[in-house]
Design a binder for this molecule. Structure first.
Ligand SMILES: [Zn+2]
Length: 295
């Protein structure tokens, strides 16, 4: 099989394993050359399912060294920095989360924690690349300067993508139709909610710390409706933590909500001033994870 055949098969496999309903998103996976984003081989790959268990100390992951770029077109994570716990993430998981964003041609997308930019390119392809007349755009940010520099270089052929180096917890992406937060937080930042346009979708991992750099939790989809911010669980996950967007006071509350199963009853993110009540899962003055449905 040629590498183009492998990439096409990979995209078709993701279509079914990640339940991707958007043809544009499947095409993006069939088009974007993953090997170009990962730099020269050899690479080390691992099953993401195995890696998730390793985060909880259940098992030790064994990575497989590969030097044929065709081997990157499987549902595997690829090591970027083994000691730092940084990988290019699991394609089926990312595809499912990106699918939850319901991207439309012309959308403006924010990608926090863009790493070396592979999934940023997928986002850019899904919202329309240059010349189509419905150009969307993506703004990415990456905390690690070495990765951000690689993302900038890797994405230099995408005029509709901008990559910043810095702290995503502080960064203001401007008004957006969709946001993918690619690192675990205790709560959605008020700034992200403020910057979501009406109808805008935010996909964000709410996690409890499981290891120094990694947390486990629930990928959550938040939609800005007329009457407030609706919230629903998308998948369970293990993901690298966004250190600067974690609140020590909320951490134990979120852990309780998660381990008791109460978080599954989350229906909304409340922004209005209110006293803590039984409907508050993780109460905060600015952002509260709540069981109250959006009116
Ligand atoms: Zn509350």
């Amino acid at each position: 099989m040629t590498i183009d055949d492998c990439r096409r098969f990979y995209a078709e496999e993701i279509r079914f394993t990640a339940d991707v309903r958007s043809p544009a998103l499947v095409e993006a996976f069939a088009r974007v050359p993953r090997e170009k984003f990962l730099g020269p081989g050899p690479w080390e790959i691992a099953s993401a399912d195995v890696r998730g268990l390793s985060v909880m100390g259940a098992i030790k992951v064994s990575y497989t060294p590969v030097d044929d770029p065709r081997d990157l077109y499987h549902n595997v994570v690829v090591v970027l920095d083994k000691a730092g716990d940084i990988n290019n993430g699991q394609p089926s998981a990312l595809a499912h989360w990106i699918g939850a964003l319901n991207l439309q041609a012309g959308d403006r997308v924010y990608h926090l924690g863009c790493g070396v930019g592979y999934y940023t390119a997928i986002l850019a392809e899904a919202v329309g690349s240059a010349g189509g007349g419905t150009n969307g755009s993506v703004v990415g940010i990456e905390l690690r300067p070495d990765l951000a520099a690689r993302a900038q270089e890797n994405l230099s052929g995408y005029p509709n993508v901008t990559v910043h180096t810095g702290d995503g917890a502080e960064f203001d992406p401007g008004p957006c139709d969709a946001m993918l937060i690619n690192a675990g937080v205790t709560h959605p930042s008020p700034l992200w909610l403020d910057r979501l346009r009406e109808g805008g979708r935010l996909v964000v991992p709410l996690t409890m710390s499981a290891a120094p750099t990694v947390g486990v939790g629930m990928m959550t989809k938040i939609v800005r409706e007329r009457g407030g911010f609706s919230a629903q669980i998308v998948t369970a996950l293990a993901i690298y933590s966004c250190r600067n967007a974690r609140d020590a006071q909320r951490e134990p509350l979120l852990k309780t909500a998660m381990t008791s199963g109460a978080l599954m009853k989350m229906k909304s993110i409340r922004r209005d001033a209110h006293e803590p009540a039984d409907t508050c899962l993780v109460h905060g003055a600015d952002v509260c994870l709540s069981t109250v449905e959006v009116a």
